[in-house]
Write a protein that binds this ligand. Structure first.
Ligand code: ADP
Ligand code: MG
Length: 582
């Protein structure tokens, strides 16, 4: 009797969108986990060493591989999931190309141990660089265990492109989480260097899985949605506008349980949240679309990360309607209500923008210390922009966001948030460099709960944060105790501040920014405490802000790199009114 796995005839293999499957440990983990899921497992355990760079093991209790099929499983285009060309348009498994195992085997040292239900023993295969070295019988449980060691040991060029251990671990974790989210009815465990990082017990509730994967806060802040239009069914959970992120990482998309990226779906989600979230914020959404396999082509991307819908417009409409059914009753976003309250610095009831009881910062002092100011853009080109302007006269606030000033040479708009952010950034930087701040200890530590990804990020920056006056340490899986913060912050907003810092760290990492961690944390602190746009300022506050920025270097930016000033030269105005001279 022929085995289950067959080498695809060329007519089919040619129709397959082939490509590079293995780029990094994370791709191995994704492919092996997908195989375990396709094999009908109920339990999948992933174990890693050095973020997967050195060692990856995926163990499942699925159907196993028949001994005679094993050599085939390691051959290109050999699969048990596809037999005829027509099947390519009706795929219900995660894999179908028969590419993953051979690709991984060719760049690593791989061991497969597997046993099918009806067999009294299992089979073990040793493979090096794609060449089978040994096949033997072994005792092992029903299911499959695949070990991948020394990834890219024979392709040094590829090894060079790999990132640090935490960065690789983060990517692997991301795939692990994506697959765990879409298969709540399976148990998943992730172990790194002998430590259990993730443990999701099987459940029939997506909500329970969301809590386990995304953390308690996400779970509390997410609401279910469901919508059906003929054969297209959409369901999932979406965050309330009070819970948003700086990046779109929190958007998990699945088509027939396959995790994908898709422009149309992203757009539908963001459109559904329009007017609910301020600019630059993204919701957290776990979205499943189910439609007949013939309505979607999954064979368009080498790592199957993208799909093509037959009827994109309809999919867009269904998703928007599904989300709106949950989001519509919510109030629209008005910027002044703010998501993170501005001015959470320790200040008087009528806060002076720069004063605080512990560190008093009169504008005069700032003036004196201005040599200590380091602007991001210190290029000399800025000299042209008249460094020696008079202190401008404040005309007023416009659109609740800009301070309008004038001097001899023209009209200056100042973005109040950007300006304040820059001032605070410089102040925090100085405090931290000089270690001139004191630390406030809480009587009762504040408990912080984060998602797995945030926890890893926090763990990798723990020491750095401690050096900056944040005493925070892990007290459980993804639970931390915040025991102290620098005294220029209030305890009240401490939780949000830490979250803001993590977001900024994740964001700068995503952008592969070369900025140092400390600087990123300072940026987050400044951004968190700076006054927002659409926030009314009293005259004295405007004056203080403008004075602290003085003398202006008009090329100055906020720590994120946005401009602070916009200059409208006096002559321009005269020109507009066809006056001969200003
Ligand atoms: P594909 O998943 O596209 O079929 P792979 O190269 O990933 O291709 O796997 C080749 C074949 O090996 C699969 O079709 C399946 O029959 C078998 N296989 C791989 N991993 C497992 C597993 N964990 N349990 C059972 N069978 C497996
Ligand atoms: Mg596969």
């Amino acid at each position: 009797m022929p085995g289950k796995i067959q080498v695809l005839p060329e007519s089919i293999s040619k129709a397959i969108a082939a490509g590079e499957v293995v780029e990094r440990p994370a791709s191995v983990i994704k492919e092996l986990m997908e195989n375990s899921i396709d094999a009908g497992s109920t339990e999948v355990i992933v174990e890693l060493k050095m973020g997967g760079l050195d060692f990856i093991r995926v163990q499942d209790n699925g159907e196993g591989i028949e001994p005679e099929d094993l050599p085939l499983a390691l051959q290109r285009y050999a699969t048990s999931k596809l037999k005829r060309l027509e099947d390519l348009y009706n795929i219900t498994t995660l894999g179908f190309r028969g590419e993953a195992l051979p690709s991984i085997a060719s760049v690593s040292k791989m061991t497969i141990k597997t046993r099918v239900k009806d067999s009294i023993h299992g089979t073990k295969v040793l493979c090096e660089g794609g060449v089978i070295k040994n096949i033997s019988t072994v005792g092992c449980p029903v299911g499959t265990e695949i070990e991948v060691r020394h990834l890219f040991y024979n392709v040094p060029v590829k090894r060079k492109f790999l990132k640090s251990i935490p960065a690789e671990l983060r990517q692997s974790l991301n795939h692990f989480l994506r697959l765990s989210l879409s298969h709540p009815n399976l148990s998943f465990r992730l172990i790194h260097e002998g430590r259990i990082l993730q443990d999701h017990l099987e459940t029939d509730s997506l909500r329970v899985r969301i809590e386990s994967v995304l953390g308690r806060e996400a779970w509390e802040q997410m609401r279910p949605f469901e919508f059906e239009d003929g054969e297209i069914k959409v369901s999932g959970y979406a965050s309330l506008p009070t819970f948003s992120k700086r990046t779109s990482d929190g958007i998990y998309l699945y088509v027939n349980q396959r995790g994908i990226r898709d422009r149309v779906l992203y757009k539908a989600i963001l459109d559904a949240y329009r007017h609910l979230l301020p600019g630059g914020r993204y919701p957290v959404v776990v979205l499943f679309i189910f439609l007949p396999p013939s309505g979607v082509d999954v064979n368009v991307h080498p790592t199957k990360a993208e799909v093509k819908f037959k009827d994109q417009e309809r999919v867009y409409q269904v998703v928007i309607r599904a989300l709106r059914s949950t989001l519509e009753p919510l109030p629209q976003y008005e910027e002044e209500r703010g998501f993170t309250k501005p001015l959470e610095l320790k200040e008087e009831p009528h806060p002076s923008l720069f004063g605080s009881p512990s560190v008093s910062y009169s504008s005069e002092e700032l003036w004196k210390e201005r040599e200590g100011f380091h602007f991001l853009d210190e290029r000399t080109g800025s000299e042209r922009l008249s460094k020696h302007r008079e202190l401008p006269r404040i005309v007023g606030q416009v659109q609740g966001t800009y301070i309008l000033c004038e001097d001899e040479q023209g009209i200056i708009f100042i973005d109040q948030h950007a300006a304040h952010e820059r001032i605070l950034f410089e102040r925090f930087k100085k405090e931290v460099t000089r270690r001139s701040f004191s630390v406030n200890h809480f009587l009762i530590p504040i408990t912080l709960e984060f998602s797995a990804e945030e926890s890893i990020l926090l763990m990798t920056h723990l020491e750095m944060l401690q050096g900056m006056g944040f005493e925070v340490d892990p007290i459980g899986k993804e639970v931390f105790a915040l025991r102290a913060i620098p005294s220029f912050f209030e305890a009240k907003g401490a939780k949000e501040l830490i979250r803001h810092i993590l977001e900024e760290l994740a964001f700068s990492r995503e952008r592969e920014a070369v900025k140092e961690g400390v600087e990123t944390i300072l940026v987050a602190m400044a951004c968190h405490c700076a006054i927002r746009g659409n926030f009314h300022l009293r005259r004295e506050e405007m004056e203080e802000l403008v004075k602290s920025l003085y003398p202006f270097d008009l090329s100055m930016t906020c720590p994120h790199g946005r401009p602070i000033f916009f200059l409208f030269e006096g002559g321009e105005l005269a020109k507009q009114f066809k006056r001969s001279s200003p």
